[in-house]
Design a protein around this ligand. Sequence first.
Ligand code: F6R
Length: 614
Amino acid sequence: MCGIVGYIGKKQAYPILIKGLKRLEYRGYDSAGVALLTDDNELKIYKTKGKVADLEAYSADKDISGTVGIAHTRWATHGEPNSTNAHPHISASGNLAIIHNGIIENYAVLKKQLCEYGVEFKSNTDTEVLVQLIDHIRVTHNVDLLTSVRLALRSVIGAYAIAILDKTDPNQIIAARKSSPLVVGIGDDEFFIGSDASPIIEYTNKVIYLDDGDIAVIRRDQEVKIVDFDNEENFRDIKEVELNLAQIEKDGFPHFMLKEIFEQPSCLKDCMRGRVNAETNKILLSAVIDHRDALINPRRIIIVACGTSWHAGLIGKQLIESFCKIPVEVEYASEFRYSNPVINNQDIVIAISQSGETADTLAAVELAKSKGAFIYGICNAIGSSIPRTTDTGSYIHVGPEIGVASTKAFTGQVTVLTMLALTLAEARGTIKHHEYTKIVKELMAIPDKMEELLKVNDKIKEISKVFTYAHNFLYLGRGYNYPVALEGALKLKEISYIHAEGYPAAEMKHGPIALIDEEMPVVVIATKNALYEKVVNNIQEIKARNARVLAIVSKDDEVVSKMADAYVELPETVECLEPMLATIPLQLIAYHVAVCKGKDVDRPRNLAKSVTVE
Ligand code: F6R
């Protein structure tokens, strides 16, 4: 949801900023721009509609000198994605340039006031209002930049991570955050700013994660100073980021998405490392050890999440209800936050979020917290906002996910939910010892089974060519595999732009069956579990309507594999762990169909990785 990057130091800023933008492009790619204070102390702004590569082409023949600059890649909220609305935005005096990630909710009121003072606007963005306001305060009150930023931010309602460059002071960048992430990197005689650490780690692993309400004054040759709106100093620790460059590069794969699909076996090992003991077959989750009393006997659990994370939550519900016998509700965070939910201090709210920054999930957490619920976070991005707000939680530890379509985060989330359900069930005495041990052993075997399953990639590539023609897809599954069907459909639609619906298989005849004809492929997860026979009947109903069926079946299946037009066999596992395997072929189908259609897999249109606005 917009990526921001900044540099001040002794090196040329432009190449660092462009490289940083490329690393942040997963956050938005409607337009890109850069502001530089050049060697001649000119404030130069280059911006263009499109991706960072378009910005590079646009500025190829321009003056890109300078050792201080800020840059932005946009996911449009206010104002269409054109070069006028692209960031950076400049103030009326021509002295200030700003980049912004977030939304200024009261921008219309502020803009009206500024217009009455005679300020003229060039763009339709909320961001320009902010830079005009800061400049207006600075000029009319004759105060320094920090003071005008502080005063301006006091009157702003909304979410922001901003960085400001001042033509009259080439030795300084001012940055601030509220509800949108912002990291300051501390190098040798140089500083970096990033929406996350990915544009920074190539240069330094020392970072400061700004907190809400922080304003950072970043000056050449001085320590970073952080103050609040009242100019009181806030002292923040310098942290070491455990991220390496290889994790954020494609490593020979054509797309991040494919790399991340193939990384899943090793990611899940990382997720289980130190938590699942192969000798004792026991799971130890530090969050449960530390907060046993709060976690063991809740009245109920409510899972809040969005998108793919919500699908993982649906699997979590089945795991927790069947093993722990605790009632679980799964809510879209965006609905939950406005639903005036009845919650109290006997409830646990589990917030699932890859980025840890999703605005709706964060707001749901804050609401639940205000009502006294105990909050457990399941996140991937270390140090992000949600884990910092929750009472406890477990990171999924799958490493940075850069492809916009979530893949390894989903299987990581399901792994953590499985570990959590088993741990709570054991502590509550609601699971038999042999069942617990069996599932733990099977869980440890999942990475190797995934590795084996990934060999099906070439076959799926071939199958996908046949299915690329379709305009609509149906995905069906039951029980634990129903959320997998939803997830498969979401993957396909978000990267190939083919309409796809996920449905519980038996619901098909209550409506969607009307859509089925020879033009509509149906993907069915038909593994040999308790509901197998019923799914077989559904497949017969589909075949009777001449649709093509792609089936995900258990190893050595002889019934569905004969009925289906194409099939993929899954290695055997226990029913509750099937989603982790069944999702792999569906990720690959979505990937290969999108590639066949020539789509930009890692940067699908209209999407952004981290949805930090409502
Ligand atoms: C789908 C996808 C999105 C995210 C959703 C929540 O591939 O990536 O649906 O799952 O935006 O994001 P997080 O998990 O970061 O809260």
